[in-house]
Design a protein around this ligand. Structure first.
Ligand code: UT7
Length: 318
């Protein structure tokens, strides 16, 4: 059973920040950012909230699916953190779009969209839902130290959504989690303001050991995608497009090459969006769907890795 994708949507802030503009606030340059990451621009929120992006992407997906928000049985929002700790982004968007169903946030870092698809599939399979909205929204700009050149140049803000109904489109999936004991990818919780606490104050901005994450990412993507291809009994040649998490163009190209996917089969949008964490896959999915580059009946592979560490991949027949 599992699901069929009925419609897709996306949203991003208005302001597109270029590498040259970044070089006026930190010691960097377009050549370094482009050659090391593939990023040219990223969208950064100025007036937009996470709720606005989430609602826009969700409404687009509902319109594309041809159903009303009131018909939804469940909303899952993948996010590192919504506009508030509570209410959740999912609850806020439920009201904003006019839905009445249960709603919750899910945090699996950059793998959040694939984790959320898996949870949605379980609800649909068990008969507890007929129509599910899965939306990923990340406001990475609020998690960054904007004085830290090795991280602030890499990320962007955005949201992507899909509406799912019962169907037989999920051909294979794999999810993994393993503790990142060395904290290679870390965003600490809140600033410690408890007057009784004797724990150290840790600013709640993102820090990353880029090389460690890079090495982990390529190996994990190759392993996961091989697993789902074997589960589904498919070869790379039978796949229309692989849509990988957009963290670094070199990670994507290395993994795609090792797996035997051609350039034409490998979706890349990092040059415009930067790394939007869990939103990166659904953002690209919507672009490809609306541009007609993927169509009903095509087989696509999604693959992501992220903080935790978490990883996940799935194969979907559209
Ligand atoms: O979504 C999941 C999370 N993130 C990732 O998947 C990221 C995975 N890692 C990566 O994408 C890459 O490791 C980076 C793009 C983060 C970094 O690329 P790298 O080739 O691993 O560079 P590096 O960190 O080894 O830094 C090389 C040099 C250093 O200078 P020295 O020590 O060699 O003199 C850095 O200080 O580049 C320097 N550097 C910069 N230079 C100009 C670091 N950031 C910048 C910058 N502009 N923005």
């Amino acid at each position: 059973m599992s699901f069929q994708i009925m419609g897709t949507g996306k949203a991003h802030p208005q302001f597109s920040l270029t590498n040259d503009q970044l070089s006026t606030i930190v010691d960097t340059n377009d050549e370094w950012i482009t050659s090391r990451s593939g990023i040219k621009t990223r969208f950064i929120a100025t007036t937009e909230t996470g709720l606005e992006l989430t609602a826009t992407a969700s409404n687009q997906a509902l319109a594309n699916a041809g159903i009303a928000a009131a018909d939804l049985d469940l909303i899952i929002c993948a996010t590192l953190q919504g506009d508030n700790v509570t209410p959740s982004l999912a609850c806020m968007v439920q009201q904003e779009i006019g839905a009445h169903c249960p709603a919750f946030d899910l945090n699996a870092a950059c793998t959040g969209f694939i984790y959320a698809l898996d949870v949605a599939a379980a609800y649909l399979d068990s008969g507890r839902a007929d129509k599910v909205l899965v939306v990923a929204c990340e406001m990475m700009s609020k998690h960054l130290d904007w004085n830290h050149r090795s991280t602030c140049v890499l990320f962007g803000d955005g949201a992507g959504a899909v509406v799912l109904q019962k169907g037989d489109g999920l051909l294979a999936r794999v999810l993994t989690a393993q503790s990142d004991t060395e904290q290679a990818l870390l965003i600490p919780g809140f600033n410690n303001i408890n007057p009784f606490s004797q724990l150290p104050h840790r600013p709640n901005v993102l820090s990353m050991s880029g090389r460690k994450v890079f090495k982990f990412a390529v190996g994990a993507m190759v392993k996961d995608v091989k697993k789902v291809l074997a589960q589904a009994g498919l070869t790379p040649a039978q796949v229309k497009m692989v849509i990988p998490h957009q963290a670094n163009i070199r990670i994507i190209q290395s993994a795609a090459k090792l797996l035997g996917f051609t350039e034409e089969q490998t979706a890349i949008g990092i040059q415009h969006y930067g790394n939007t964490s869990s939103a990166s896959i659904p953002l690209l999915l919507d672009d490809l769907w609306r541009q007609g580059k993927i169509q009903r009946g095509d087989i696509i592979v999604l693959s992501a890795f992220g903080g935790g560490f978490t990883t996940g991949a799935c194969i979907i027949k559209l």
